[in-house]
Design a protein around this ligand. Sequence first.
Ligand code: UDP
Ligand code: MG
Length: 324
Amino acid sequence: MESKESDAKDLLSIVAPAYNEEAGLDKFYSRLIGAVKDIDINLEIIYVNDGSQDSTLEIMSKQHEKDSRITIIDLSRNFGKEIALTAGLDHASGDAVVVIDTDLQDPPELISQLVEKWNQGFDVVNAKRTKRNGESAFKKITSYIYYRFLYQMSDIKIPKDTGDFRLLSRNALDALLELREKHRYMKGLFAWVGYSQTEITYERDQRYAGETKWNFLGLVDLAFEGLTSFSVLPLRLASLLGFVTAFLGLAFAVIIIIKKIMFGDPVAGYPSIVVLITFIGGIQLLALGIIGEYLGRVFNETKNRPLYLIKDIKPSDYLSGLDE
Ligand code: UDP
Ligand code: MG
């Protein structure tokens, strides 16, 4: 509390979630420090250990012993990146905060550009990927399509090809922290808060070490999360589908009746019935599934559990200065 007043420099908080990142964490730290040393700003690093099973926490702790600008938030288990990020953001004391992956796919060297835009008065500076190195063609294509699909479907415009790497001003961060929903699609929430947003572009690097934590099902889940958190259009599509099917059914009935009365055709039997039952059954299940996706989320929100649990905090100088 004492030193804060006299220090006129702004404080930049770096929020970095890590899950089993032992192989790259020291490299991350050294590149980060190298990248920000020429920026005229004070630095705070907030590591979130998202229930790693390897030595990630030990490596963080070693860095923490040497560098009093580091805070470590050790979560009680693996909560997933979106929640880990939230835990880090909750504990950021900076005038601005940068969210960055610890696998060095988001180059720390770009932070100076993010800060520059912030100094120009922007509240949110997104880092947009122009190229993704070292990722499978399948992931590139599906994510390309997904981002555009989501953009069309959602009520707010979630920037395309933009990950979580970005800078938020204190204003934007405070606004974001008001959103306590359990299903957190961070990219959407960042966009939802609004404020003056801008972007810089970069080529996304390969992972420095280790492997991506996302498998196919995890990505599908995230995709649904984005869709259901920011759009109710699928529900409307379900009603539309029901409406169209009912209309087709009616038209079919009229055709059958007319055929019977005018031409005395016998009613077609088994095959047509099976086709109709399976078709309509399928549509019903689809509509139920869509409702279920939303209902499950409502269920999770109403349980009102805390977003995350913290096992331990090792505070930086900045955080210990706060009376929490
Ligand atoms: N991460 C995390 N919790 C998780 C999964 C990932 O904190 O459950 C972190 C991970 O350590 C990394 C970042 O989130 O710093 C991005 O993860 P990853 O590289 O696996 O995702 P990708 O870059 O492939 O989208
Ligand atoms: Mg990565």
